[in-house]
Design a protein around this ligand. Sequence first.
Ligand SMILES: [Zn+2]
Length: 471
Amino acid sequence: MDCKGVVSHGNDPKRKLKQGQAHADLIRVIQELVQALPIPVKFKYVKGHQDKHVPYRLLTLEQQLNVDMDKLAKKTLKRAIRRKCFITSTLPLEKVRLTIQGNKVIRSPTDAIYDSRGRETARSFYCTVKKRSKSEEFFKPRRKKVRVKPADFDLIDFDSLDRAMTMWPQMFRVFYTKHITGCCQVNHFKNVVSKGAISAACPCCQHPDETTAHVLLCENPTRKKLYHESVTKLEAWLKRRETDPRLATMITSYLRGRSLRTMKSCTTGRESDRSRYYRLATHVDRLGWRNFTEGRIPCQFERIQCKHYHRIKSRKSSRKWAAELVDQIFKLTHLQWTYRNNFLKHRANDSAETVEEYESRMRRIEEFLEHTDPEDLLEEDRFLVEEYNLERLAAATSTKRIVYEESADSAIAAAKHARVRRTLDALDCTVDDELQMSFFSSPPGRPPGRGGRGGRKRRTQRNDLEAVFSE
Ligand SMILES: [Zn+2]
């Protein structure tokens, strides 16, 4: 026998098999046979394929028998493939047989159950539109339409996606999941969560609805340039990995079309279902742009690349190629995310605001200006609402905006302070400490109950603010 694993299992037929043992069913049959035989059996290791280096006549009897057996097995296998005539995978002497959805488990049962369960969860996630229960915060349908039509689900190469995800670090997998479910920092989601307080517009191109699908299709000129550059890099990767040239052209043309082209229009050659390229294009178009860019590519990609590797006599693995292709395609989206977030968090200098800080500060100022009645403020602070407007503050520098916001907060606090003081005076309260404790939080380092009533007179803010704005 030329397989050391089988030799060791055959010589020790009572040894338990490991959980992830490959071809466990065949090994179990061998073990059963060895145990049932009335004579002792000893398996001996023989180096395989010796006839490649040594003439057949010079081989030992064991080596000659091994070569004969190989030839017979290959001939039988080829005939079976040609005639499409196979035996069933039900082997004699099997004590336990595990079948999941019609497929016999020959490796790890845990992995097989996990994979089958995962596939069903994915099917229900991609192929159905569930309504949230009314007790939940948003009882709208999650999506208007399914991401994958039930009939197209089995076209997707989930094995490659799975292999690509295994290559990624944990946090990248979390990022991928957040992106495909839409529960991420896109403004569309923030708008829903904040119940409309945050605008859904794209921060880079002002598109009215920044969804996860928009991330890749943003019309901001720099982001478009970045996208095309990353497609060029993907093209170089396809070449390095000896991709089928027609396949490489189809992928890059489709990606350069940015959802405006169909895969069929990127295919050259015969438009017939007999052409595997045309069949592949049909599958990509059935699944659509979103599935493609999120790494849910048809199985046909791997099959075509496998044939190509075979044709050019390459020993590269097409399965690894497909997993890396998924990774490369999803990197386009990741690069857009990185750019978008750097854009939002960019600080021109130490005192400048980022886009995010600017937007949230302007939101707070807008709220202050809209919802504050000048009559509610102290007389010396009313100028904050009466003399300043949103346009002037939006155009001002970060420092001016920050000083203005601080002044506004201070004005609100002072007005509240004065109201409480009036109330206390009206009650003619004498036990100051007890009453004040509930209204005034004491400054740090000082015992509670001091300050407040009869404290120092507040400096007017007007001169300070005007000094900053006139700079
Ligand atoms: Zn945009």
